[in-house]
Design a protein around this ligand. Structure first.
Ligand SMILES: [Zn+2]
Length: 290
């Protein structure tokens, strides 16, 4: 009798070990942790409510500034899929990736093979954002094959939207008489490369790199010599730099959103990647097609 009880206990423990395997948590839904808003948006558009998706970098926080907590690290070890941008945006994510992969988490560095020169801003190019979404799609299918058909249908629709956005950018910006944009930080290199524009950033690939007084003078000179009408600023970073340039040159400020997160207002309005990219195109058109 006693032997049987022990046997049962061991069996329960073994089964417990098996049933506690990842896919059985969250009502059988895949637990997916995603660093940035754009990647979260793409994932949601592919997987809808078939997954339990968590956006790591909160609304209102700019992606370059975010630092993970130890609590987050513990949660990541238990999730099924971890999706991040790469290209140096979340250096912490690149560091923990091998250890998470070793614990059985499907990790997706969406910028691998796409981002170059330590410039992470690939999502601002619809063509490259589509490649990021492709990696997300493939990882979801791999981790959750029973929903593959559903993901595949949604993903086809999402690909069409990227293609449509790319065509719209190409058509509009091919009419651009002016090609230079003065931006707050160097977030738009890929977008400029795709549509034949030139970016003149006040600060570097990260907005926290303070420009030198010499750089500020160069920007002011550039604006005066090249008929620049707007200095672009960002919703989630301090407008101080753009303000002082605007004041010095007498030109206006306009938003060009690097989409490194949504603001609370954008979220409340139901904005998404595509609506903000449309607004960005309107801003570019105002400055360049005139
Ligand atoms: Zn940036």
């Amino acid at each position: 009798m006693k032997k049987n009880v022990i046997f049962l206990l061991v069996l329960v423990m073994l089964l417990g070990g098996c049933t506690a395997a990842r896919p059985m948590e969250n009502d059988g839904k895949l637990s997916v942790y995603i660093t940035t808003y754009p990647l979260y948006d793409f994932t949601e558009k592919i997987a809808g409510d078939r997954i339990d998706a968590v956006q790591i970098i909160p609304t209102g926080v700019e992606a370059h500034e975010y630092e993970p907590s130890p609590q987050l690290m513990a949660k990541l070890e238990k999730c099924d899929v971890f999706i991040f941008n790469g290209g140096g945006l979340e250096a912490w994510a690149e560091k923990v990736e091998p250890s998470l992969a070793g614990k059985g988490v499907v990790t997706v560095n969406t910028g691998k093979g796409i981002a170059k020169d330590n410039d992470p801003h690939i999502w601002l190019s619809p063509k490259r954002a589509k490649q990021q979404a492709d990696k997300i799609y493939k990882a979801l299918v791999k981790a959750d094959p029973k929903n593959a058909e559903y993901y595949s249908k949604n993903y086809a629709g999402l690909q069409d939207r990227f293609d449509g956005l790319d065509r719209e950018y190409a058509d509009t910006l091919s009419q651009a008489k002016y090609k230079d944009i003065v931006t707050t930080h160097a977030a738009f290199s890929y977008l400029c490369e795709d549509y034949g524009l030139r970016q003149v950033p006040i600060s570097g690939v990260s907005p926290d790199s303070e420009p030198s007084p010499k750089r500020m003078t160069e920007i002011v000179d550039f604006i005066r010599k090249n008929g620049i009408r707007y200095v672009f600023f960002e919703p989630l970073t301090s407008p101080k730099l753009a303000d002082s340039i605007a004041e010095e040159t007498g030109i206006e400020k306009m938003t060009l959103d690097p989409l490194e997160g949504l603001t609370e207002q954008q979220k409340a309005k139901g904005e998404d990647y595509f609506s903000i990219m449309e607004e960005n195109l309107d801003s570019l058109k105002k400055e360049l097609v005139r």
